[in-house]
Design a protein around this ligand. Structure first.
Ligand code: NAD
Length: 421
């Protein structure tokens, strides 16, 4: 049996497919598929029992052709360089899709943050900045939250960077609490951006109502669920421990209270416990993977019953699985479009930090809507022109934009160099 591709191999596979369709110049291919910088560090952390534990950390700055690099930091036991590289690559294309003046980056630490006390977590977050201080900054590389990192962690990181600099530097990270330079609307931005593109997709497919199943009940999954109105019925939700299902619908407010009390959505009164795998194969209109990568693969893509897959996580649907869904006429809205709302409002936060002014929430949401709707419509045009799945269309769209940037910056102009004999 063929080995499942790693996240990085799969990211390249998706890129290759689009590159082939537009006959991408091989020199440009080389430039766009090699990371600019990979930094690996060891972060010593003082634990509560006074021992020192050393954690492995990565930051990959993939491409800065459009501006400073930008992307979140993940704290998770399964973090690897392969995964961080793929996530940094995806950030590059996501920022291009969203029309942001950023390149792509990502960071990660191999750690199970649930096993750390709050002080240990703070020490690790500050240690991360100590290790990466020389490589980040508002004009260089700007981290943000990702899996198991949050506004509190961003606050510690901003504070630590400011200590190094000798003055407060809000713009070094985004996703901060609003009291210290965070933007209104950032917390739910990924979910809200996802909802904007989902609404556009539903218009195209002439759907007015939808039964929804959501995998992952963290920042992204929970905030997306909270934004759904009467047009939507949530029948399934899950977290790392498993999922719950009730075909008559789940009352979100009560599920939140239950999760707060018990630490999981499992055993919610009136609902049936299901596995994360079962959730992906449920009968519904909209399936929302909002947890981790490689959830829908060739193994289960044929069992997906939704009409739309909204990829709110990064890399939840593999390239091959996207092809299977496309053949089955299921619209999979790719991660680099579907979850671009988070980085878009992070960009707004960075702009507000630069001008030292805070926008109203409505202003942030209006600007976000404009960016998401435009990106959806531009990519849908490519999908119709090339008759490909939306993931491939998003890559064609963003690679073409990047070729233009390369040409304008000059030094990489394809085809103008004559070999000297
Ligand atoms: P989070 O840490 O807040 O939540 C992650 C959720 O996934 C939790 O509910 C956790 O229980 C669940 N989970 C973990 N392992 C799981 C598993 N094996 N099966 C099912 N569920 C599991 O993280 P988040 O910020 O919500 O990020 C979720 C996804 O969205 C990630 O892929 C992330 O890269 C992506 N994303 C996040 C943002 C953002 O702004 N936070 C922006 C764009 C994309």
């Amino acid at each position: 049996m063929e080995k499942e591709p790693s996240s990085w191999e799969d990211a390249l596979r998706q890129f290759d497919k689009a590159a082939k369709l537009i006959d991408l110049d091989s020199n440009i291919y080389e430039i766009l598929t090699k990371p600019k910088r990979i930094i690996q560090v060891s972060i010593p952390v003082r634990m509560d029992d006074c021992s020192i534990k050393v954690f492995e950390g990565y930051r990959v700055q993939f491409n800065d052709l459009l501006g400073p690099t930008k992307g979140g930091i993940r704290f998770h036991p399964q973090v690897s360089l392969d995964e961080v590289k793929a996530l940094a690559f995806w950030m590059t294309w996501k920022n291009t899709v969203a029309g942001l003046p950023y390149g792509g980056a990502k960071g990660g630490v191999v750690v199970d943050p649930k096993k750390l006390s709050e002080i240990e977590l703070e020490n690790l977050s500050r240690g991360f900045i100590g290790a990466f201080h020389d490589f980040i900054g508002p004009e260089k590389d700007i981290p943000a939250p990702d899996v198991y990192t949050n506004p509190e962690i961003m606050a510690w990181m901003m504070d630590e960077f400011s200590r190094y600099e000798g003055h407060t530097v809000f713009g070094v990270v985004t996703g901060k609490p609003t009291e210290i330079g965070g933007s209104l609307g950032r917390l739910e931005a990924t979910g809200r951006g996802g909802l904007f593109v989902l609404e556009e997709a539903m218009k195209r497919l002439k759907m007015r109502k939808a039964v929804v199943a959501i995998q992952g009940f963290g920042n992204v999954g929970e905030s997306f669920a909270s934004l759904l109105d009467r047009r939507f019925k949530i029948v399934a939700l899950s977290d790392s421990k498993g999922g719950i299902y009730n075909k008559r619908g789940l009352e979100l407010r009560k599920v939140k209270v239950h999760k707060e009390k018990t630490g999981s959505v499992l055993n919610f009164p009136g609902a049936k416990n299901i596995t994360n795998r079962e959730l992906l194969e449920l009968k519904c209109d909209v399936l929302v993977p909002a947890a981790l990568e490689k959830q829908i693969t060739p193994k289960n893509a044929n069992h997906v019953q939704a009409r739309i897959v909204l990829e709110l996580a990064n890399g939840p649907v593999t390239t091959e699985a996207r092809e299977i869904l496309f053949k089955r006429k299921i619209l999979s809205i790719p991660d680099i479009l579907a979850n671009a709302g988070g980085v878009t409002v992070s960009y707004f936060e960075w702009v507000q930090n630069k001008i030292a002014y805070a926008w109203k929430k409505e202003e942030v949401e209006e600007k976000l809507k404009e960016k998401m709707v435009t990106a959806f419509s531009d990519i849908y045009d490519v999908l119709e022109k090339y008759k490909v799945d939306m993931g491939t269309a998003a890559y064609i769209y963003s690679i073409k934009k990047m070729i233009k940037v390369l040409e304008l910056r000059g030094i990489y102009k394809a085809g103008v160099c004559k070999p000297r004999m």
